[in-house]
Write a protein that binds this ligand. Structure first.
Ligand SMILES: NC(=O)C1=CN([C@@H]2O[C@H](COP(=O)(O)OP(=O)(O)OC[C@H]3O[C@@H](n4cnc5c(N)ncnc54)[C@H](O)[C@@H]3O)[C@@H](O)[C@H]2O)C=CC1
Ligand SMILES: [Mg+2]
Ligand SMILES: [Mg+2]
Ligand SMILES: [Mg+2]
Ligand SMILES: [Zn+2]
Length: 440
């Protein structure tokens, strides 16, 4: 701490150009550096006003802030310019503003939208049709329509030629389930057409989930079909073409399986809008007034970020206890209510690693249907570099060099860690930062 008297002496010395007193007082209390006097002027502004070059230099060498303004909105550089002290104005102009400088470490944004796993959409969702029950009924009965079946949220697939593909069933294949009034059938959309087709010719896709024992069902179907076991890493085996429609279907079906009853009053609900809404059946329930977010499928935003070291050559990665051995990935965390993405990035990084973050830049996003996350991928630059991992969540967090990331990307024998799989947006954030464009 410092007294008012000490501050007055410090500002007076700066204003008079008394370098020696300025240095002595600063060694007694570094907090004086950016303090303001009664007129709202800092020592640097006073030195700039009165042309004291040496005082300005000493203040700068102690890391004095150059961006603060006085009550007229002038920085120290503006003051120097205004009073004709151009040598000081030039000195101040040559001091880089730390934040824009760190911004230069952020990689260029991608020119094209990356083709990220789970994001590829070949259906037109046609949300206007969700309330057209006549049209939906005709499509549910149509022999051309495609039904995707899930068992406890695991999709029915078949394997062949090194690929895991969705089994596309026709209405007869799922007729027993369709007869059951409790089965939720979600309308996913229609296949996109090269040329404008008549509505009757559009191929509609639906998804449904069963919790019943599927053994009998599997006997009657193609013997190569099976339910993909376990969401992770099971879903990552899907072909790139199928992953997007599974992301959509699985997230909506997971919502139905978890939100059977009205979250506001606990009453029974009915399914509407072709599986995109659940409405409370109790007259007078608060959820029936206005738009209620409990009635619609949820999306949970998660920020995932590659933290760059201020030296520009290292990045921060962490390991959760549940990760396979050797795997390090980007830090990530749920966005909290009332929080901007930038704040969520800074808070989660600080919580999980103790590192403070400055500039944040969005790169791209990814649907992550486990059960319903939206991963928001960012790069950001650290202001501090000491790492203290939050032991509850993270087993280890540390800095890796660009070369170490490239070694892991190309699976070189020198690699000191394993990359997250190519299907995860963490992989894209790392690859984008290295600027490594080979098709890995
Ligand atoms: N695609 C990718 O590359 C990656 C995806 N992820 C996904 O991001 C998710 C979030 O990352 P975490 O580090 O686990 O988050 P986190 O750092 O916020 O911690 C998770 C904890 O937050 C709490 N939490 C707060 N809101 C929650 C909500 N809406 N749903 C569930 N838990 C909530 C729970 O206590 C949970 O254990 C993961 O569950 C995972 O699915 C995570 C890393 C990589
Ligand atoms: Mg986390
Ligand atoms: Mg966290
Ligand atoms: Mg969190
Ligand atoms: Zn209700």
């Amino acid at each position: 701490m410092f007294s008012d008297e000490l501050l007055a002496r410090f500002l007076d010395a700066s204003s008079r150009g008394d370098v020696e007193t300025v240095s002595v007082l600063m060694s007694r209390s570094t907090e004086l550096l950016n303090q303001r006097g009664e007129q709202g002027w800092t020592a640097l502004m006073l030195a700039a006003r009165n042309g004291h070059f040496d005082v300005a230099k000493v203040l700068l060498s102690h890391g004095c802030d150059t961006s603060g303004t006085n009550r007229s909105g002038q920085t120290a550089a503006d003051v120097a310019q205004f009073w004709g002290n151009l040598h000081i104005a030039r000195l101040l102009a040559s001091v880089p503003d730390p934040v824009p400088d760190l911004r230069r470490l952020l990689p260029d944004r991608a020119g094209e939208e990356p083709d990220t796993f789970f994001n590829r959409e070949f259906l037109d969702r046609m949300s206007v049709k969700r309330s057209d029950s006549e049209w939906l009924d005709s499509k549910r009965a149509s022999p051309d329509s495609v039904f995707l079946l899930f068992h406890k949220l695991n999709p029915l697939v078949s394997s062949g030629a090194g690929e895991t593909r969705l089994c596309k069933l026709g209405a007869p294949g799922v007729q027993e389930l369709l007869k059951n009034g409790d089965t939720v059938v979600v309308f996913l959309g229609v296949e996109r057409q090269e040329k404008q087709e008549k509505e009757d010719n559009l191929v509609a896709w639906f998804a449904l989930d069963t919790e019943d024992d599927p053994t009998e069902f599997l006997k009657t179907e193609d013997p190569g079909c099976f339910f993909l076991p376990g969401a992770m890493p099971g879903l990552l085996r899907l072909s790139d073409d199928d992953a997007g429609v599974v992301a959509q279907a699985r997230s909506v079906l997971a919502w139905h399986s978890r939100y059977r009853f009205c979250p506001t009053c606990g009453s029974a609900t009915k399914v509407e809008e072709a599986g995109y809404k659940r409405t409370c059946l109790r007259a007078g329930c608060r959820s029936l007034q206005g738009v209620h977010n409990t009635c619609y499928p949820r999306v949970d935003p998660v920020v995932i970020m590659l933290v760059l070291h201020p030296d520009g050559n290292q990045c921060l990665l962490g390991r959760k206890k549940t990760f396979p051995p050797g795997l390090f990935s980007c830090l990530a965390g749920f966005v909290e209510p009332g929080e901007a993405l930038e704040s969520a990035v800074r808070r989660e990084v600080l919580e999980e690693s103790g590192v403070q973050v400055g500039p944040v830049q969005y790169l791209s996003s990814q649907a992550w249907p486990m059960p319903s996350c939206l991963m928001i991928g960012c790069h950001c630059v650290a202001l501090t570099t000491d790492v203290t991992a939050d032991e509850n969540e993270i087993e280890e967090a540390r800095w890796f060099t660009r070369q170490q990331v490239i070694d892991a990307l190309v699976k070189d024998k020198r690699a000191v860690f394993n990359m997250p799989p190519r299907q995860a947006i963490a992989h894209l954030l790392l690859k984008h930062w290295t600027g490594f464009n080979a098709n890995l």
